[in-house]
Design a binder for this molecule. Structure first.
Ligand code: ADP
Length: 448
């Protein structure tokens, strides 16, 4: 903004007739600097209002038009009434005029009462070069004011144009409203449809959950019945099987009646089968007890070195093959708070399996501390287990097809039982294994 900018034109307001002139001049200037029709009317109307108020005060006022070409191109109009102290009064009368322009200020200055108005030029207006401004000045100096009648007719035409525009806008609005109503109806219909579908889906989900609950109650009941059945049957079988073993032993006793060699062979077969059956019955009973939650661990500070030593001692007789090294390392902790019997049973079970399924290489028991837990690791270089069966071997009675134990028989109950026991001790049992390479079973228990 430069105060020194040379005005485009100026004029003096003295009598009422001048109001028409300033109105016309305002429109002319606005048009010359590139404003559109509507903005021309705004400037003209604002000026005629300011003019009306000033002339009513009975003093000659000076109107100056300045165009600012730089920054945001703007048209500024200043009206100075030499009568000082009229700002409050003039400002009050110009209340609505402010809406026609971007800024409107009314001040008491040294020169008198000053009204300043500004309106930005539209983005597409031609650039106001020095030559263009000179051209505008020259054009305006030749401007001949029309009569009030001319101005009235122009004003009427503008009014008609404005009315047309208002009507067009009203029609647009009505059309938009109709469209909006239509859209709303569509949205409501969609909403109803969606909420119906949601309700339907919810009903289905609720029904499904009820069914699931019912099924899991049935499943729990079935599993309890199975455990009860296994416990009862195995318990009932134990006594007669033990009796058979005893009787066979009696028959083979040197103090008894001598048997023929064929009879002795047959009695030994009976005794062997009965011993296998007793092992199965015992395993079943153990598993049923663990599943029924009837095993209460006896927590105590367990001497791990003693546990390892006991396993070393009891299992060495099984690991008799010279091709297999049986290694029991030192435990990573001297003691652990756990149930000694259950822990020993799990480790013995895993080591027995490792020895059973390893033809050559090594069977090893090691221990390590991991993130505040203790891990007991039973590894072997035996037959290994295909990856897709790593979970199945923990199912009751499952034995890897084609896997033949090198020594001893199995029931397929050892691993499910071991996993149960580890669970009861608050830990987990996992396997890593690769056929022809070997298996590693890891028991992880909390160490504190
Ligand atoms: P089992 O009485 O047959 O040993 P388990 O439940 O202890 O029953 O084991 C299930 C099956 O998992 C075994 O029959 C065998 O096929 C496989 N398995 C278990 N341990 C090993 C191992 N260390 N190496 C190879 N296979 C194993």
């Amino acid at each position: 903004m430069s105060e020194a900018a040379e005005p485009l034109t100026r004029m003096r307001l003295r009598v009422e007739q001048d109001i028409f002139v300033v109105r016309q001049l305002g429109r002319e200037v606005a048009r010359a600097v590139g404003m559109e029709q509507q903005d021309q009317t705004r400037i003209a109307t604002a000026l005629s209002e300011v003019g009306r108020v000033m002339v009513a005060g009975g003093h000659a006022a000076e109107v100056t038009f300045v165009a600012e070409p730089n920054g945001v191109p703007t048209l500024r109009v200043t009206v100075v009434d030499p009568l000082p102290g009229g700002a409050a009064d003039v400002g009050a009368q110009l209340g609505q005029v402010g809406r026609l322009v971007d800024t409107l200020e009314v001040d008491d200055g040294e020169a008198g009462t000053v009204v300043r108005m500004a309106r930005r030029l539209p983005a597409g207006a031609p650039r106001l070069t020095a030559e263009r401004m000179d051209e505008i000045r020259a054009g305006l100096s030749e401007h001949v004011p029309g009569t009030p009648l001319d101005e009235l007719s122009v004003q009427n035409q503008q009014l008609i144009a404005a009315l047309d525009e208002v009507r067009a806008q009203r029609d647009d609005l009505a059309r938009l409203n109709a469209e909006l109503e239509e859209t709303n109806r569509g949205v409501m219909a969609l909403y109803h449809q969606l909420s119906d579908e949601l309700e339907e889906t919810n009903r289905g989900v609720v029904a499904l959950y009820a069914e699931l609950d019912e099924k899991s109650v049935q499943l729990r009941a079935a599993s309890e019945a199975k455990s009860r059945f296994l416990a009862n049957v195995s318990h009932e079988l134990r006594a007669p099987v033990t009796a058979v073993i005893g009787l066979a032993r009696l028959l083979n006793d040197p103090a008894s009646e001598p048997l023929t060699s064929e009879q002795r062979r047959q009695v030994e077969l009976i005794s062997g089968s009965a011993t296998d059956l007793l092992a199965l019955v015992n395993d079943l009973l153990d598993l049923a007890k663990a599943e029924a939650g009837r095993i209460e661990p006896e927590w105590a500070e367990v001497d791990l070195r003693a546990v390892f030593a006991q396993l070393r001692g009891t299992l060495r007789p099984l690991a008799t093959r010279p091709e297999v090294d049986f290694v029991v390392e030192e435990p990573p902790l001297p003691t652990l708070r756990t149930d000694e019997v259950l822990l020993t049973r799990v480790l013995r079970n895993l080591l027995t399996n490792a020895i059973k399924f390893t033809a050559a290489g090594e069977v090893r028991l090691a221990g390590r501390l991991v993130d505040g837990d203790i891990e007991f690791v039973v590894s072997d270089t035996g037959a290994g287990i295909p990856a897709e069966l790593h979970e199945r071997i923990f199912e009751e009675f499952y034995q890897v097809p084609g896997s033949t134990a090198i020594s001893g028989k199995g029931t397929g109950l050892g691993l499910p039982y071991a996993r149960r026991l580890v669970g009861i001790l608050g830990g987990g049992l996992r396997v890593e294994s690769e056929p022809e390479v070997g298996s590693t079973f890891t028991v992880r228990l909390p160490a504190s």
